[in-house]
Design a binder for this molecule. Structure first.
Ligand SMILES: NC(=O)c1ccc[n+]([C@@H]2O[C@H](COP(=O)([O-])OP(=O)(O)OC[C@H]3O[C@@H](n4cnc5c(N)ncnc54)[C@H](O)[C@@H]3O)[C@@H](O)[C@H]2O)c1
Length: 328
């Protein structure tokens, strides 16, 4: 019988790519999503169960229906700026929602849990390559909410034996090379889709938020990972748990940082079009530089982030952009 995995947030950007990867690996991905920021037409690779993380009865129903071998938990709010203005929204949805889900999983005897955490849990640690042992000092409510969920998972392991793989993502980019699914947030806050929109004339010029950071060209530096590489790591993480290897934290990034201006230069080269941009003020909550130490995932999971180069990430995102799926 095909093994089911509950994928919360499966109608969103990363969750929909994870469903495709799970399906290809022989699992049945069951999307659990309230469509608050996701899209029903992104649920293409398995059943859809509409529901909210905060609705325990609905979660119990779905666990009982599918008897999943694991949960992959992507559902969350994830805009740094919004989290600074409305922290309660983040603590309620991300932390209380995740707690409700974790309790439902344990009650259903589903003891394998894969969780989307973030490099935002590390905070602003200038000029350090961040590895899994780095201290976590989030500087925004979003990062704080994710760190709290990591703590909950650790406590549930101690109390009930829940096994978790926690992935701390750096900046996720790109899309399915077959363009069946892709990135579409509304509002969009991520650099590459914003830039492609500006290139295609679908929005005004791109704003560079802050040009006075202490970096070689004054703009923020981020470590970009291809969404397909990222979801491959999730399938490896799932197998890790199924093999009984126990709880573990892994960073997912490449160890290479690119400034906003460097990403703009690459986009110009990939699309062969000019990137209209203006220079603006810093955004509250943004860190100067976030670069991953990702040796652990490569060594222990056998992960190979082969597609995580800017040319492929921007190229795949551009392919998706041109399908017109973007016009919602
Ligand atoms: N995109 C990135 O670069 C990035 C970086 C680090 C971490 N992450 C994390 O990865 C995960 C997925 O990010 P994404 O970019 O795909 O976001 P997304 O907004 O595209 O997807 C999130 C999905 O979760 C659903 N959702 C939100 N709250 C819910 C709730 N209470 N109940 C049910 N469904 C709910 C939304 O409808 C949406 O489909 C998030 O947890 C995010 O914090 C993303």
């Amino acid at each position: 019988m095909t093994k089911c995995v509950i994928v919360t947030g499966g109608a969103g950007y990363i969750g929909s790519h994870a469903c495709k990867a799970l399906r290809a690996a022989g699992y049945e991905p069951v999307t659990f999503d309230n469509l608050s920021t996701g899209w029903e037409d992104a649920v293409k690779f398995g059943p859809f169960e509409k529901g909210d993380l905060l609705d325990r009865a609905r979660l119990d129903e779905v666990f009982a229906k599918y008897n999943p071998v694991a949960v992959m938990h992507f559902a969350a709010f994830s805009q740094v700026g919004e989290s600074m203005k409305d922290p309660a929204k983040y603590w309620r949805n991300n932390v209380i929602g995740s707690l409700t889900l974790i309790e439902a999983a344990v009650a259903a005897g589903c003891m394998n849990f894969v969780f989307s955490s973030t490099c935002a849990t590390y905070g602003d640690q200038d000029n350090v390559v961040l590895d899994e042992e780095s201290v976590q000092l989030p500087i925004n409510s979003y990062g704080a909410s994710k760190r709290a969920i990591e703590d909950i998972l650790e406590n549930f392991e101690q109390a009930f034996g829940l096994n978790s793989v926690i992935f701390r993502y750096f900046n996720v980019a790109g899309g399915d090379p077959e363009a069946e699914v892709g990135e579409f947030h509304q509002p969009e806050t991520h650099l590459i889709p914003l830039m492609l929109d500006a290139i295609a004339g679908k929005r005004d010029a791109l704003t560079i938020f802050g040009t006075d950071y202490v970096t070689p060209d004054g703009t923020c530096i981020r470590d970009y990972v291809h969404v397909c590489d990222l979801v491959d790591a999730h399938v490896l993480g799932l197998k890790w748990l199924e093999d009984g290897k126990g709880s573990r934290v892994f960073n997912l990034g490449t160890g290479k940082g690119f400034s906003v201006r460097e990403v703009i230069d690459h986009s110009r080269a990939v699309t062969n079009m000019e990137v209209p941009y203006v220079e603006g003020d810093r955004r509250p909550g943004d860190c100067t530089k976030l670069v991953s130490g990702s040796e652990r995932a490569i060594k222990e999971l056998g992960w190979s982030p082969d597609r995580s180069n800017l040319t492929e990430m921007i190229g795949d995102a551009w392919k998706w952009h041109q399908t017109g799926h973007y016009e919602k």
